[in-house]
Design a protein around this ligand. Structure first.
Ligand SMILES: C[S@@+](CC[C@H](N)C(=O)[O-])C[C@H]1O[C@@H](n2cnc3c(N)ncnc32)[C@H](O)[C@@H]1O
Length: 248
């Protein structure tokens, strides 16, 4: 950690609005909106990434970029725009502070998903595209961009919807329909997600974490309503998260 005492680091961390709750060393754990450890378990990220290059698209505070570095990746690039310098509520302050505190060698680039191209960033053995797809107005086009910078493998985590349908289907959320967040646009079902990835060129696509079965989703919706976390909404039982691995 360059140029800071632990007390200064703790104070600097307390002034930042974090997205990721994460340990940035020296006994400092950030208080974020999201606990990425929960999602990390679902990703099936290789235990070791020695010698690999990794691109983390939509990195925000950088938890997954730093995790890839910790697992031995030799080159990690964290990219974001919306929450670093765009209209999102976040900033890059958390990433920069964590980067310094962890004495990280992760590189960063402020670039929109839609501007990703091999000429701009190169290609990477492993691409992480986590929690971003449903925020995009043009998901299929975005997946084309993601494919273009994937050297070997993609790990994609996203919100899914339309789980009742046995056909490839996608929900559209105009005007903040999903979680009253106007940055949420589309919720494909896993079947549509896999078909979209195949359509942009991935040869082998596999869901490694699938939505829980209907009775469990129903029980969860009732439980959340019971503890006052959110009102009971039937649409919720057709929504979940999904993790997909895709290979070129
Ligand atoms: C829910 S956060 C996920 C952050 C991190 N990848 C994770 O999984 O914890 C969504 C990320 O997508 C990025 N993003 C890119 N384009 C976006 C857009 N058009 N609207 C909202 N977020 C967008 C945000 O900047 C943010 O970092």
């Amino acid at each position: 950690m360059a140029g800071m005492t632990v007390g200064e680091l703790r104070d600097a961390a307390a002034r930042i609005r974090w997205y990721h709750s994460m340990n940035i060393g020296h006994g400092v754990v950030t208080r974020g909106e999201a606990d990425p450890q929960v999602y990390l378990r679902r990703l099936h990220l290789p235990a070791r990434l020695d010698g690999s290059s990794v691109l983390d698209i939509g990195a925000w505070d950088g938890f997954y970029s730093f995790e890839a570095e910790r697992r031995g990746a030799k080159r990690v690039l964290a990219t974001d725009h919306f929450c670093w310098s765009g209209p999102g509520w976040g900033t890059k302050a958390g990433f920069d502070l964590a980067h310094n505190a962890l004495s990280s060698k992760v590189k960063s680039l402020d670039i929109d998903v839609m501007d990703l191209a091999p000429e701009r960033v190169g290609t990477f053995d492993l691409v992480l595209f986590l929690g971003v797809l449903y925020h995009l107005r043009h998901p299929l086009l975005a997946l084309e961009r993601v494919f273009s910078v994937t050297g070997k493998q993609l790990i994609l985590e996203t919100h899914v919807d339309m789980l009742f349908s046995s056909r490839p289907a996608c929900a559209f959320y105009p005007g903040g329909e999903l979680n009253r967040d106007t940055t949420n646009w589309f919720g494909p079902n896993p079947r549509a997600l896999i078909a979209m990835l195949q359509d942009v060129g991935f040869r082998h696509v596999e869901a490694v974490w699938r939505p829980r079965p209907l009775p469990l989703r129903l029980a969860r919706a009732i439980w959340y309503a019971g503890i006052g976390r959110e009102p009971f909404r039937l649409a919720r039982i057709n929504q979940s998260r999904c993790v997909v691995h895709a290979w070129r």
